[in-house]
Design a protein around this ligand. Structure first.
Ligand SMILES: *[C@@H]1O[C@H](CO)[C@@H](O)[C@H](O)[C@H]1NC(C)=O
Ligand SMILES: *[C@@H]1O[C@H](CO)[C@@H](O)[C@H](O)[C@H]1NC(C)=O
Length: 209
């Protein structure tokens, strides 16, 4: 019995100390990725530049996609210093009337509006919708894996910054999953109960004829 406790304590110690063995592990994105992230870039080659991401600078156009959004990711692929740190960011630009359509991530997300007015919300597993018009400076949390969305409800382009508690949270847009990928149209019809015409129209929005 005592041996078991000691063994368990040692096991815990080993797993915990493993997690804090390194100050950081800037990902080497040229190497294969495992379930915990990328292997580390040689620390002798790490510089301040690795820890700075400048990709959020400048203006964005929002007219080139059907949703009128422009999403700039600072996930581990774009910003390899996030590797293993369980955190990431994104910049959301929404044209007038633009939307970030219903989607989910493996992680929770906090949003702060920095320009304009955004109606933001999520829907829980009991189909309760929680939504609010957010103004500049307002913050909202979307719990892990819940379907959520953002809509520009103001008269100017809107901007928000989000942070997610994962280095590679993934973004799964429900409508794209159903209508922009390789799911056959007849299966999309069956599993959504939408009509053939509606499915054809949705696939057409994504040039998925
Ligand atoms: C580190 O940088 C040096 C000089 O650029 C290069 O020769 C070396 O291959 C790098 N090491 C790794 C592991 O990438
Ligand atoms: C986002 O904005 C940039 C800068 O204007 C532009 O080059 C890019 O095509 C835009 N992407 C989308 C999806 O509109």
């Amino acid at each position: 019995m005592n041996n078991l406790v000691v063994f368990f304590a040692l096991f815990l110690l080993v797993s915990v100390s493993h997690a804090i063995e390194l100050d950081f592990c800037v990902g080497d994105t040229t190497l294969p990725r495992g379930p915990q992230g990328f292997a580390c870039k040689d620390s002798a080659n790490v510089t301040t530049d690795d820890f700075v991401y400048t990709g959020f600078r400048g203006e964005r156009t929002t007219s080139t996609n059907v949703y009128r959004f422009n999403v700039t990711l600072a996930f581990v692929n774009q910003f390899p210093a996030l590797n293993g740190l369980g955190i990431s960011m994104a910049r959301l630009d929404l044209g007038v009337g633009g939307v970030i359509p219903v989607h989910s991530h493996r992680t929770s997300e906090v949003i702060i509006v920095t320009r304009g007015s955004i109606l933001a919300g999520f829907i829980d597993a009991r189909n309760n919708a929680y939504y609010r018009r957010l103004e500049v400076g307002d913050v909202m949390i979307f719990p892990k894996s819940m379907l959520h969305f953002q809509v520009n409800v103001g008269s100017i382009p809107a901007i928000a910054i989000v942070s997610l508690n994962g280095a590679n949270p993934a973004v799964q847009f429900t409508m794209n999953s159903l209508f922009a990928g390789n799911l056959p149209a007849n299966m999309a019809e069956q599993i959504t109960l939408l009509s053939n015409e509606e499915v054809t129209r949705m696939r057409g929005l994504f040039d998925n004829a």
